[in-house]
Design a protein around this ligand. Structure first.
Ligand code: OAD
Length: 245
């Protein structure tokens, strides 16, 4: 697949570029996405059974165990060529911001710096009652473990349905989307707001919006360019054509 030369030229000279990623960027590392009809996480579980505060109140052990299983998957996974290409692009574009909806930390493991995490991080935990981040606790085998300060149950520091995004991270992402010259929307179904608003904001502000996705999404018809295929392959190719080794 050849990348459109207009896109390559724009990237070579752009100063302010944003990349927004979703679960699709980590699919090639073996981490299931959310909305794939067969293998997606939400095909096997209903989100409101696992990813809501109500679900945690109802069955904290089930929710804790589900996240522990996902943490295990992530720990065994390694960054793929897509993560690595984005880390490299971050060193080549003068003002680059990587905004992710993923909680797996694979961008950081690939070498990306200053990643804006809109949906939290699965490796961090916080107290369900007080919201304070908790790094260490006494392991008693209890699931979920208890907050060493107040005894409340611990939960992963990720955003669940019905919860607000971290205000500072969202404000930083929105400002970057408004002020960028190019925005890449990569491996996201572009269905979950407010993250899905970022490419639309960039388009309205006159930026070139490039979608990289395996399947068409609501963004496909309106993005400046839509590159259909695997993120790892397309991003490696883009890097090679833009800044040949
Ligand atoms: P989704 O599962 O909704 O979408 C993943 C997208 O990646 C789909 O459009 C796939 O076609 C595409 N895809 C899969 N494999 C790919 C590959 N190898 N290369 C390129 N694209 C690929 O995941 P997200 O859009 O990230 O939020 O979902 C957004 C949010 O919804 C998640 O952060 C999560 C979920 O509910 C919370 O849990 C708060």
């Amino acid at each position: 697949m050849r990348i459109d030369p207009r896109l390559v030229q724009r990237l070579q000279t752009a100063r302010r570029v944003v990349a927004l990623t979703g679960a699709g960027i980590s699919a090639e590392s073996g981490i299931p996405t959310f909305r794939d009809a067969q293998s997606g996480l939400w095909a096997r579980f209903r989100p409101e059974e696992l990813a809501t505060p109500e679900a945690f109140r109802r069955n904290p052990e089930l929710v804790w165990d589900w996240y522990a299983w996902r943490r295990g998957l992530v720990a065994r996974a390694t960054p793929n060529p897509g993560h690595l290409a984005l880390a490299r692009l971050g060193t080549l574009v003068p003002d680059w911001l990587l905004v992710t909806q993923n909680v797996d930390g694979l961008h950081q493991r690939a070498g990306s710096r200053a990643v804006v995490e809109l949906h939290g991080n699965i490796h961090r935990n916080k107290c369900f009652d007080e919201g304070v981040v908790v790094a260490e606790w006494r392991e008693t085998g209890e699931r979920p473990p208890r907050c060493p300060r107040c005894g409340g149950p611990l939960r992963p520091d990720v955003i669940w349905f019905g919860e607000s995004l971290p205000a500072q991270a969202l404000a930083q992402a929105e400002a970057a989307a408004r002020g960028c010259q190019m925005l890449f929307s990569i491996g996201t179904s572009a269905a979950v707001f407010p993250a899905a608003q970022l490419p639309l904001t960039a388009l309205q502000a006159g930026a070139m919006v490039v979608e990289v996705n395996k399947d068409p999404t609501p963004l496909t018809g309106i993005a400046t360019f839509s590159l259909l295929g695997l993120a790892g392959e397309i991003l490696s190719r883009l890097l090679e054509e833009t800044w040949p080794a």
